[in-house]
Ligand binder design. Structure first.
Ligand code: NVA
Length: 362
């Protein structure tokens, strides 16, 4: 007890208000032990038809060992780059995602610990565990609990959103894709609050959220009430047929600089009216390269080290040139094989601490 009180007096090791303040400490995910999850509607919904086939065939099996090895090597290179910039890097320990677990009414095997962004939401000095809608991710935060406890002991506020039951009532029975041109039809109901942290983008006092196949209205409302009057949570309408995670659609890079997906952001949220808004360059990921869970627009999933340094894929020359043309120095890192697992630099990280204050940018 004494130890905890003393640590608290030194201030929180968790503190980040936006996507661009100078990065001081970050969690970087791991691909070890990654498995395809059991195949069900909620897993199927955000995928393309071809991706659905792969998930169906490989359900419950490990990801290819050679691809894990390549992605692991890229993650090591990312860690070296971050440390070279003076950032403290933390990693979870590997675990076996082939193990079965469950709750009353269901059982599942796991996915991976590759994308801490999906589940850990840092807002100010608080780190929030998301109530994830995928059964395979029910224990997703377990890998990060040693770190969360450490941050708590050192003064962070640590919260888990209401633990979802993930019973059948959460999932739309007989779900099918919305027909072309019709409004988004989510695979999840409003049975209980669920969200993934990666469906939120932080711009100081304003936080932008999207409804998706994992984030429902109740989940967004839970976060809104939890954060209280200090923050405004805005729901944005994006033109994404298979929405899951906002960070390849609407990506604030720095105050006054918003990167958008050329087709998904039809109406830029009015908040950004005084910002410069630029469309992302076309991705250059070759057609033959496996992307198990995302579109090629994962090229937009960049990580800002500060307002003028962007970690960007080493082969993505158009994105590097784009950054330079906007006064941002690209910091290249090979990450193609990591991309295969469903994310890039933003997904692979949770920024634990950025040096800055809570501000309004609009
Ligand atoms: N669902 C997005 C990726 C989000 C990181 C996409 O496939 O483009």
């Amino acid at each position: 007890m004494v130890e905890v009180q003393e640590a608290t007096a030194t201030g929180s090791p968790v503190r980040a208000y936006n996507e661009w303040d100078p990065l001081e400490e970050v969690i970087v995910g791991i691909v070890d032990g990654a498995h395809f999850p059991p195949y069900d509607d909620v897993t199927r919904a955000p995928l393309s038809p071809a991706q659905r086939e792969v998930f169906r065939e490989r359900a419950g099996r490990p990801f290819p060992a050679d691809e894990i090895a390549r992605a692991r090597d890229e993650l090591e290179q990312l860690v070296d780059i971050l440390e070279g910039f003076g950032v403290i890097v933390r990693r979870p320990d590997p675990r076996d995602h082939g193990l079965e677990f469950g709750a009353p009414g269901w059982s599942s095997t796991g996915l991976y610990d590759a994308m801490p962004r999906d589940l850990l939401l840092v807002i100010g000095d608080e780190i929030i565990e998301s109530p994830m809608a995928w059964r395979s991710r029910y224990f997703a935060s377990s890998a990060f609990r040693p770190l969360l406890k450490e941050y708590f002991r050192a003064g962070a506020r640590w919260t888990a959103a209401p633990r979802p039951e993930l019973s059948d009532e959460l999932y739309v029975e007989g779900w099918t894709d919305q027909p072309e041109g019709e409004p988004f039809r989510s695979v999840i109901t409003e049975f209980e609050p669920t969200f993934d942290a990666a469906d939120f983008m932080r711009c100081g006092r304003d936080i932008f959220a999207q409804r998706s196949h994992v984030t429902n209205k109740m989940g967004i409302e839970w976060l809104r009430r939890h954060l209280g009057d200090e923050y405004q949570v805005h729901v944005v309408e994006l033109n994404d047929d298979h929405p899951m995670h906002i960070d390849a659609s609407l990506v604030p890079l720095a105050p006054g600089k918003l990167l958008i997906h050329p087709q998904r952001v039809v109406d830029v949220p009015t908040h950004f009216k005084d910002w410069e808004v630029r469309k992302a360059p076309e991705p250059v990921i070759p057609d033959h390269h496996p992307l198990y869970m995302t579109s090629k627009w994962i090229n937009m999933n960049v990580l800002m080290l500060d307002e003028t340094h962007m970690v960007v894929e080493a082969d993505d020359v158009p994105m590097q040139k784009f950054a330079e043309s906007w006064g941002i120095t690209p910091v290249p890192c090979p990450f193609r094989w990591f991309n295969s697992f469903g994310g890039s630099f933003h997904c692979a990280t949770t920024d634990v601490r950025r040096r800055g204050e809570l501000q309004c940018y609009f």
